[in-house]
Design a protein around this ligand. Structure first.
Ligand code: NDP
Length: 229
């Protein structure tokens, strides 16, 4: 069975991706910050012997190293860096909250690279794929409304990280892409999002199923359209 490792699997898009890959016959290593609170994820275990749940706060780099070591004999075909954080909603220019900005950068930019680094040996073995869930809000070209300094900067930087990953990992035949999942009805996307989590997950999986080496290093939306940086 092909193997997926995904972060932030307990709710939202991460949970929907976990369900979809399990339904498609994959084994899934589903990571979340607090498995004891992850009822929707744990509920899937009884029907899905291919599901394993592990505790991982993506910014706990000691915990990350320990998990990567625990899973060191595990081939990983696909790593999805999904965990993300928007930060406080009402951020005004002139009053940028520095600690929150650092937290957003830590979760959205630094952690995905550290998670990828930690599992590189497992990805090298399979010539696997790294997919980071980014956002159109990280596109400088698509910024027509300003604001959202914390989140926009973190996802723009994630996109830059991905480009270097794609170039550096190309000799290992590992592909790396960033994906905008759509505006999705989740805790982060809110109730007015345009699509549900299942639609987003299906689009992301269809894109990843068809990914070619030429696609590595690019920025796509969940419908497979290439986005501007
Ligand atoms: P949710 O807010 O529903 O879920 C966020 C997930 O990230 C939760 O599982 C949360 O875990 C996890 N998470 C946050 N911080 C950490 C951490 N330090 N360690 C481990 N896990 C963490 O968001 P979505 O499902 O909507 O978002 C998923 C991804 O999609 C994110 O990267 C987001 O930026 C991106 N995205 C979403 C859009 C949307 O419209 N929804 C649009 C564009 C991009 P916990 O439950 O423990 O907090």
């Amino acid at each position: 069975m092909p193997q997926l490792l995904i972060t932030g699997a307990n709710r939202g898009i991460g949970l929907a991706l976990t369900e979809l890959y399990l339904a498609s016959g994959w084994d899934v290593v589903a990571c979340c910050r607090d498995p004891s609170q992850a009822d929707d994820l744990l509920y899937l275990i009884s029907d899905n012997p291919g599901l394993e749940v592990y505790q991982l706060d993506v910014t706990d780099y000691d915990g990350l190293a320990a998990l990567a070591q625990e899973l060191d004999d595990r081939p990983i075909d696909l790593l999805i860096n999904n965990a993300g954080y928007y930060g406080p909603n009402a951020v005004l220019l002139g009053d940028i909250p520095m600690e929150e900005w650092r937290k957003v950068l830590e979760i959205n930019t630094i952690a995905p690279l550290k998670v990828t680094e930690a599992f590189l040996p497992q990805l090298r073995g399979t010539k696997g794929t790294v997919a980071c869930i980014s956002s159109k809000m990280g596109s400088i070209e698509e910024n027509h409304s300003g604001g959202s300094y914390l989140y926009r900067s973190s996802k723009a930087a994630l996109n830059a990280v991905n480009k270097s990953l794609a170039l550096d990992l190309s000799p290992d035949a590992i592909k790396a892409v960033v994906i905008h999942p759509g505006w999705v009805r989740t805790d982060m996307g809110g109730p007015h999002g345009l699509i549900d989590t299942a639609t987003s997950a299906q689009g992301i999986k269809t894109l990843l199923d068809r990914l070619t080496p030429q696609d590595s290093g690019k920025f796509f939306d969940y419908q497979g359209r290439q986005l501007a940086w």
